[in-house]
Design a protein around this ligand. Structure first.
Ligand SMILES: NC(=O)C1=CN([C@@H]2O[C@H](COP(=O)(O)OP(=O)(O)OC[C@H]3O[C@@H](n4cnc5c(N)ncnc54)[C@H](O)[C@@H]3O)[C@@H](O)[C@H]2O)C=CC1
Ligand SMILES: O=C(O)[C@@H]1CCC=N1
Length: 273
């Protein structure tokens, strides 16, 4: 399956992120097609990555060996019903990126037990710095799983899970989590601006601090995160005061609760859609 034709149904944020990762990983651009009802995103993808585009899902499905389902969860049933009525889906591998729709439900939407892989990527996939959770339904062959793992590895680290329910954990820890960090940075930037720094200066400070912290984590796998924190925290110093404040506000508990809220919502969505 090395040169499989891949169709993306939905050309939004997540498809763009994955396509960007694939193209950076030298996946042939004439083997990638994106489908979307309106043209602006398609035009953008064509201009940026020189991939094939269409406004017709049926054209995309007929082109594809591998179909990436990348529309919003609430639209998935309607979208799958429309193309599955008009296309022969036999022999195709389906990869869903949707949060909160179980593999069995997706197969129901497709109208058959086609091989289906659920993935949970995140937006940093666009830079090859993503995380992708991957779960393969029992219908998926070993070759197809290896293909999907290699495909998604173009976009970042792949975490394969044996239990489908673990995908909800990937949502909480990785799919949704870039937003938690952005929110934290927003708060920091706001305060830096209040302190008199320009928008640009404050952005440089917070982004570089986060990038540096992430690099420290990556380059020191032997050190616990708490040890890296301890290295910044001089006894009786400024960091200690700031960290104490965050701990008094129960930052850790709040983060855990936020992750659980994401998981709970994924479970709710799996009942809704
Ligand atoms: N944005 C994120 O960080 C992540 C999103 N996801 C999942 O990715 C999926 C897509 O989310 P986003 O890309 O963020 O949404 P988005 O709204 O950016 O993209 C969805 C695209 O689907 C298109 N669309 C609507 N109706 C269609 C149809 N009938 N046929 C083909 N395309 C159609 C829309 O025009 C839009 O361009 C969702 O299921 C979401 O759960 C998963 C992980 C992370
Ligand atoms: O917010 C969402 O539902 C999607 C799934 C993970 C990130 N974005």
């Amino acid at each position: 399956m090395q040169q499989a034709n891949i169709a993306f149904i939905g050309a939004g944020n997540m498809s763009r992120a994955i396509i960007s990762g694939l193209v950076s990983g030298n996946y042939p651009t004439d083997a990638i097609m994106a489908s979307n009802p309106s043209t602006p995103k398609l035009d953008g993808l064509k201009a940026e990555f020189d991939i094939l585009t269409t406004q017709n899902n049926v054209t995309a499905i007929n082109f594809a060996d591998v179909v990436v389902l990348s529309v919003k969860p609430q639209l998935m049933a309607e979208v799958c019903a429309a193309f599955s009525e008009q296309c022969d889906l036999t022999g195709k591998l389906f990869i869903s990126v949707a949060a909160g729709i179980n593999a069995g439900r997706l197969q129901e939407m497709l109208g058959g037990q086609y091989p289906l892989i659920r993935t949970m990527p995140n937006t940093p996939c666009a830079l090859g710095k993503g995380v992708v959770g991957l779960y393969a339904s029992p219908e998926v062959s070993e070759e197809q799983t290896t293909f999907a793992q290699a495909l998604m590895a173009n976009t970042g680290e792949v975490i394969t899970v044996e239990e489908e329910s673990m995908i909800d954990g990937v949502i909480a820890a990785a799919g949704s989590s870039p937003a938690y960090f952005f929110l934290f940075l927003e708060g920091m930037q706001k305060k830096a601006i209040e302190l008199g720094f320009s928008n640009e200066q404050s952005r440089i400070m917070v982004q570089q601090a986060m990038l540096g912290a992430a690099e420290m984590v990556c380059h020191n796998p032997q050190l616990e995160l708490s040890e890296l924190r301890a290295q910044v925290t001089s006894k009786g110093g400024t960091t200690a005061k700031a960290v104490e404040h965050l701990q008094q506000g129960n930052l850790e508990g709040l983060v855990g609760d936020a992750m659980q809220a994401a998981i709970n919502r994924a479970r709710e969505m799996s009942e809704l859609f």
